[in-house]
Ligand binder design. Structure first.
Ligand code: AMP
Length: 248
């Protein structure tokens, strides 16, 4: 079984994003970019399934600018076998990503497409669900446990009320949640080895997908600045303050 892992290049989670002064988006000039954290978890889970003898090949795919090669090399250094870059300078929306992934899945026939539950730049949480719909395959989203189970896969999902376990027939779509695993760091020898692993470059047109945006961003703004707190003398003062504010 092959596992296809889509990995997105996003602004690093440690960086505080700066909004452009004209409100048209986030300023990405000279900003550190990294693999979307949920996608690192997806790569890790795919590698663990391979190491447990449940999968033969892990293929990482990224849709984005030439620099997304770096993200793919990170996946290769973690242990993925090969990579596909679908190169475009457009900001690709989830629907177009899902269409491209569907075309790649038709070529590669993976048993599982393991995505992150969401990309931390657009917070869409749409691609996995759209891909499952387009492929007409079952989906297990927000996975906190994944187990290959005969001809299917059991996915324990983090839902509001607790945990829900679903069994999906393969091929299936799985999206990863934070508590699924702790991704490994790539060692220096593996980073060197990753440079020689195969990385194919394609374009959206190779898959017949039009990536022109369908959504228009009307405005992006910074969150409101948090008001400073106040230290009170004792509990009575705290209660009086809360009463004055109408909180109790
Ligand atoms: P989103 O629906 O944008 O929140 O993204 C959910 C997941 O879809 C991500 O965690 C990735 O696994 C995958 N994904 C989204 N955009 C891309 C992209 N441009 N390239 C590769 N994978 C992507």
């Amino acid at each position: 079984m092959k596992i296809l892992v889509p990995v997105k290049r996003v602004i690093d989670y440690n960086v505080k994003p700066r909004v452009k002064s004209d409100g048209s988006g986030v300023d990405l000039a000279n900003v550190k970019m990294s693999m979307n954290p949920f996608d690192e978890i997806a790569v890790e889970e795919a590698l663990r399934l391979k190491e447990a003898g449940k999968a033969e090949e892990v293929i990482a795919v990224s849709i984005g600018p030439a620099k997304a090669q770096e993200t793919l090399r990170t996946a290769l250094a973690m242990g993925a076998d090969r990579a596909i870059l679908v190169e475009t300078d457009e900001a690709v929306e989830p629907l177009a990503v899902a269409k491209i992934l569907k075309a790649i899945a038709a070529d590669e026939e993976p048993g599982i497409v393991m995505l992150g539950k969401q990309a931390i730049d657009d917070d869409s949480n749409q691609t996995g669900q759209m891909l499952a719909a387009l492929m007409e395959r079952p989906q297990g989203t927000f996975a906190s446990k994944v187990e290959i189970d005969g001809d299917g896969v059991s996915v324990t999902r983090e839902v509001d009320g607790g945990l829900e376990t679903v069994k999906l027939t393969l091929p299936a779509i799985v999206t990863t949640d934070l508590r699924l695993n702790e991704p490994r760091y790539a060692s220096l020898p593996n980073i060197m080895k990753a440079k020689k692993k195969p990385l194919d470059t394609k374009t959206p047109a190779d898959y017949g997908v039009d990536v022109a945006p369908r959504l228009t961003t009307t405005n992006v703004s910074e969150p409101p600045v948090r008001q400073a707190g106040e230290i009170v003398e004792d509990v009575d003062a705290l209660v009086a303050k809360l009463k004055a504010l109408g909180a109790i």
